[in-house]
Structures are given as structure tokens and as C-alpha cells.
Design a protein around this ligand. Structure first.
Ligand SMILES: Nc1nc2c(ncn2[C@@H]2O[C@H](COP(=O)(O)OP(=O)(O)OP(=O)(O)O)[C@@H](O)[C@H]2O)c(=O)[nH]1
Ligand SMILES: [Zn+2]
Length: 213
């Protein structure tokens, strides 16, 4: 247990035969010990004894998206607001993801807009779609396209726009070491792609958001 910083003890592993995606938990914890040794540490040092368990618990949370089906969140639509035919935008959806190249965090915001064609969803569901894709190993461009594709499949709207603004820790804390750089990616489908006025309206909506990181 970590006494110096009084970390709360990690909850006991409930089942030592715990498996996830075919990997025994003990093997995942051993992999963390290996990386600790690789870094120059002694995994048997008191302060590190619970670390493999903590890291594996963190991985369970960070990568919980693989067990989620984003399409399911959008399966329940509200047809009763079918008369509403203006753009709907959910902006500044914060996300935490990890880049598949370095397994380092990507942190940022997603903006999602669509022009409904009779089907709208509860707004929280768009944020849930973002989480389901973010909590995986990602490439920002892929995540952007996945979110847009999901909205397109589920709602068949007249158009969809997704803009992602992400800061990649693989660039800030290692490698080229550039702080304050963020990557902006977008996927525009349907009228968002074909009609400059629709796209501009979306971009104007998201400009007034809670601020770029
Ligand atoms: N386009 C894109 N690139 C990414 C993303 N996440 C990480 N990268 C980049 O992926 C590239 C991997 O480059 P490599 O040359 O294979 O790896 P590396 O030697 O670790 O590269 P450096 O980061 O430049 O040290 C780097 O330029 C990363 O910045 C992403 O979501 N999208
Ligand atoms: Zn990376």
C-alpha cells in the first residue's frame, strides 16, 4: 500500500480467475510489472505493489468502449418532433481517448451536428456515441469518421458534421515535444458536405462553443 501519499487501497480483485477478452488478469498485471522493470523500477518495491492492479483497472475503464455498441444508443429515436427540420448541434463534448500508435492519451472536444429528416435522438446519446468510440485505441481521423458514420446509419439525416479537436500526449510529452498544439479533424456527410451554407452554419454554431483547448 502507498503510505507516503496515502493513496486509497485499490479494491481487491474480486475473482483471481478474472479474464477479459481471453486474457487472464494475472497476465495483464505481469505485463505491467515487465514495463516497470523496463523503466528501471523494482515492481516489488512497496509503493508499486498495487500498481499493476491499478493500471489494469484503469485499462478496464479507458478501453471500455470495445464492449459498447454505439449504434444501440441511437436506436431509440423521437419521431414526435418530426416537424423540427433545423440543424441540431451538440458542441464541446469532452473526450478522453488513447492513440493507437503510442497508447498515449488524446484529450479534446467533439462537436456533432445533423440536419434531421424526421428522426432525432436524445442529446445525451450523441455524447454516449462519442464515449463508446473514444474509449478505444484510436486514430483521430478514424474516430471522427466513426462518429459521423454512426449518426448517418442510425438517423439517416439530411447531413451530418463532426469536428474533433484533440491534443495528443504522444506529441506533447514525448517525441517532438510540442505543447499547445491541437489537431482538428472533420467529417462532413450529405448536405454538410455538399452545401456550403449548411456547413458554414454548423461551423458558426461550434465557433461560439466553450472554447478551444
Ligand atoms: N494522423 C494522425 N497521426 C497520429 C495520431 N496519433 C498519433 N499520430 C502520429 O503518428 C505518427 C507515428 O509516427 P512514427 O514515425 O511511426 O512513430 P514515432 O517514431 O514514435 O514518431 P514521433 O512521434 O515523431 O517520434 C506520429 O507522427 C504521431 O504524432 C492520430 O490520431 N492521427
Ligand atoms: Zn501517438
Amino acid at each position: 500500500m502507498c503510505t507516503r501519499f496515502a493513496c486509497p487501497p485499490e479494491p481487491a480483485v474480486t475473482d483471481s480467475h478474472d479474464h477479459r477478452n481471453g486474457v487472464p488478469r494475472t497476465q495483464a498485471e505481469d505485463a505491467v510489472r515487465t514495463l516497470l522493470r523496463w523503466a528501471g523500477e523494482d515492481p516489488a518495491r512497496e509503493g508499486l505493489l498495487d500498481t499493476p492492479k491499478r493500471v489494469v483497472n484503469a485499462y478496464t475503464e479507458w478501453f471500455s468502449g470495445y464492449a459498447l455498441d454505439p449504434d444501440e444508443y441511437l436506436a431509440r429515436t423521437f419521431e414526435e418532433v418530426a416537424g423540427y427540420d433545423e440543424m441540431i448541434v451538440l458542441r464541446d463534448i469532452e473526450f478522453e481517448s488513447h492513440c493507437e500508435h503510442h497508447m498515449a492519451p488524446i484529450i479534446g472536444r467533439v462537436h456533432v451536428g445533423y440536419l434531421p429528416d424526421g428522426k432525432v435522438v436524445g442529446i445525451s446519446k450523441l455524447a454516449r456515441v462519442v464515449e463508446a468510440y473514444a474509449r478505444r485505441f484510436q486514430v483521430q481521423e478514424k474516430m471522427t469518421a466513426q462518429i459521423a458514420g454512426c449518426v448517418q446509419r442510425a438517423l439517416a439525416p439530411l447531413g451530418v458534421g463532426v469536428v474533433v479537436d484533440g491534443s495528443h500526449e504522444c506529441m506533447t510529452t514525448r517525441g517532438v515535444h510540442k505543447r499547445g498544439v491541437s489537431m482538428v479533424t472533420s467529417t462532413m456527410l450529405g448536405s454538410f458536405r455538399e452545401d456550403a451554407r449548411t456547413r458554414d452554419e454548423f461551423l458558426r454554431f461550434i465557433e461560439g462553443g466553450g472554447g478551444r483547448r
